[in-house]
Design a protein around this ligand. Structure first.
Ligand SMILES: NC(=O)c1ccc[n+]([C@@H]2O[C@H](COP(=O)([O-])OP(=O)(O)OC[C@H]3O[C@@H](n4cnc5c(N)ncnc54)[C@H](O)[C@@H]3O)[C@@H](O)[C@H]2O)c1
Ligand SMILES: O=c1ccn([C@@H]2O[C@H](COP(=O)(O)OP(=O)(O)O[C@H]3O[C@H](CO)[C@@H](O)[C@H](O)[C@H]3O)[C@@H](O)[C@H]2O)c(=O)[nH]1
Length: 552
């Protein structure tokens, strides 16, 4: 096994030496008496730990791929192998066309692939060779069974963990990278280390994993008394579209471990990997459950800000206030801060909704209905925002979309990604379809096949031909807008700004009156309306056919 290397972090030691036990330095460096140190001072502890030489990442998705590519890039002495059961995905990672679009990712992968970064479908070999294994598999919302629609489906986490237990022949540090409900690490620990145990099925998450068994699935005899598995939580905070810079310059790296000698030692090993490029004082260590919950909490708080500002956008539209001005004014308060206050047609992405619903389920499981209702409202407000925006489109287009052509600009859930998971554009296009509109979609990064998959009803086979009667994909925004009654901006791609697109050309090609519905506040409404467009912007009062005025 790798050598035991005690590490000392000089900066942390210096700061710590000036403090009394339990005191925490403030941001300005001054001691704030009475505030407890929240992170275990890992760097200040001379703790023996394993130096990681080989890492395996199970799951080559939006998180596993970029995160481990950056780890390899920043730690040339560590061999990193990313494995996945999806052969097509692995083939793409090994090709010139990476399976995901992420600014800066190509450069990182190309600089390391074949040197100390490898992509493979051989999961067993990856596990066997690694000292440390990231479990970075998907944790979607369950669609069936107990907790359907809310709880996270932990089937993939469970199967990856079982695989580790089955294959490992030496000590492993197993790291939860996936976003999981609080106390999942405990279930993983049971799987990897308990002989002949009837396990609570992780997919029907129970907060009390001591209360076994609920659903018997006998674990193969994986009692490997000579092998130690340490489970860590290391949630990922990258956002798509900015993943590489988020990974290069993280606000913090969070490592949760058991507060035992082994737990702290495993955390120190993982901390060393990140210390390849992240300052020690940004590597935060804490207990496992706090770490798991912090990930759900961070996403819930971020999404809550968006739903809050979107709720205010409705008030702005009704009163004459401007949501951008309100956001700006509020964001200048340093206690509030300016980020994540951009009103929109609604948040999307694979994480926010899933993680809040997970939190709702957790709260309900813990018999905290008021807490559950509180968080659920964040998602409900998001749905309301999409409905509200659609209603505005319908109402401005003289209360009917039947037979009209709507150009949808952007299908990804945000700019700089080709990911469409939970994209608000999907919901809007489906609403427009129900209203019998023809829809032409343009997105610079989303594959056509993805659009058809997203618009198909789950379980309905061969629906694409039906959808194609109403929906088409355009090669560029000009084609999408030609002959259209309205443009609806669903994604904030810079390509859609009036400084980039020739809106005069677009205007000339559209039916009149030509509408633009800016669901992302990216246009200079004044400039575009000077061309002749009727511009309707989220969070600003309606400008066209305001009934009370029109009939005065
Ligand atoms: N997408 C994000 O921006 C983001 C950010 C932070 C955290 N997360 C969390 O990270 C996790 C992964 O998200 P993602 O977006 O990368 O998902 P993803 O669907 O893009 O990738 C997951 C991959 O895991 C593979 N997989 C599943 N089970 C496997 C197994 N047993 N063995 C080998 N491979 C297996 C799948 O084939 C898939 O390629 C989720 O829990 C998510 O909530 C995502
Ligand atoms: O002020 C804002 C900010 C974002 N959004 C929208 O919110 C969604 C999510 O955006 P963002 O958070 O930037 O992207 P994600 O990739 O979903 O990242 C979130 O979810 C990840 C998965 O858990 C976390 O790791 C990240 O920290 C967290 O930001 C997108 O539809 C955005 O357009 C807004 O409408 N207004």
């Amino acid at each position: 096994m790798a050598s035991i290397v005690p590490k000392l972090e000089s900066l942390a030691v210096n700061v710590t030496n000036q403090l009394s036990p339990g005191e925490e330095p403030s941001r300005a460096g001054a001691v704030t008496p009475g505030i407890k140190r929240l992170s275990r001072p890992l760097g200040a502890i001379d703790i023996p730990h394993v130096t990681i030489k080989s890492i395996c990442c199970i799951g080559a998705g939006y998180v596993g791929g970029p995160t481990c590519a950056v780890i390899a890039h920043k730690n040339p002495h560590i061999k990193v192998t990313i494995v996945d059961l999806n052969a097509a995905r692995i083939a793409a990672w090994n090709s010139d066309e990476l399976p995901i679009y992420e600014p800066g990712l190509d450069e990182v992968v190309k600089s390391t692939r074949g040197k100390n970064l490898f992509f493979s479908t051989d999961v067993d070999a990856g596990i066997l060779e690694a000292d440390l294994i990231f479990v970075s598999v998907n944790t979607p919302t369950k669609i069936k069974g107990i907790g359907a629609g809310f709880a996270a489906d932990l089937g993939y986490v469970e199967s990856a963990t079982r695989k580790i237990a089955e294959v490992a022949k030496s000590d492993k540090i197993v790291v939860e990278k996936s976003t999981v409900p609080c106390r999942t690490a405990q279930s993983m620990r049971y799987i990897v280390s308990t002989p002949n145990l009837f396990l609570t099925h992780l997919g029907s998450f129970s907060t009390n994993t001591d209360a076994l068994p609920t659903r018997g699935s006998q674990l193969e005899a994986n009692a490997k008394p000579d092998i130690h598995f340490d489970i860590l939580s290391n949630p990922e905070f990258l956002a798509e579209g900015t993943a590489i810079s988020d990974l290069f310059y993280p606000d913090r790296v969070l490592i949760g471990s058991l507060d035992t000698e082994r737990g702290r030692s495993a955390a120190a090993s993982l901390a060393d990997v990140y210390a390849g490029w992240v300052a020690r004082d940004q590597i935060i260590t804490m207990n496992l459950w706090s770490s798991e919950l912090s990930k759900l909490a961070a996403n819930a708080l971020l999404a809550q800000r968006i739903s809050s500002i979107n709720a205010l956008s409705a008030i702005c539209e009704a009163t004459g206030a401007d949501i951008d001005e309100v956001s700006y004014a509020c964001g200048l308060d340093t206690r509030i801060g300016p980020k994540f206050l951009k009103a929109s047609v609604g948040f999307g992405g694979s994480c926010f909704q899933k993680d809040i619903l997970n939190l709702v389920y957790l709260s309900e499981s813990l018999h905290l209905p008021e807490v559950a209702t509180y968080w659920k409202q964040v998602v409900e407000m998001n749905e309301y925002q999409k409905r509200r925006f659609t209603n505005r489109v319908i109402s401005c287009l003289f209360n009917t979309l039947t037979g009209k052509k709507i150009a949808v600009f952007g299908f990804a859930f945000k700019k700089d990604t080709g990911d469409t998971r939970e994209s608000p554009a999907i919901t809007l296009v489906n609403y427009f379809r129900e209203e019998k509109a023809y829809i032409s979609i343009y997105d610079p990064k989303v594959e056509e096949s993805q659009v058809w998959m997203d618009l198909a009803e789950p379980g309905v086979v061969d629906e694409t031909e039906v959808i194609k009667k109403q929906v088409s994909i355009a090669a560029d925004p000009y084609e999408a807008a030609a002959g259209a009654d309205a443009i609806v901006i669903c994604t904030e791609w810079n390509d859609f700004r009036e400084t980039v697109l020739d809106y005069e050309r677009i205007y000339a090609s559209m039916k009149k009156p030509a509408f633009i519905f800016d669901g992302r506040l990216i246009l200079d409404a004044k400039k575009v309306s000077e061309i002749g467009f009727k511009v309707e912007t989220i969070g600003r009062p309606r400008t066209t056919f305001v009934q009370s005025k029109d009939f005065e």
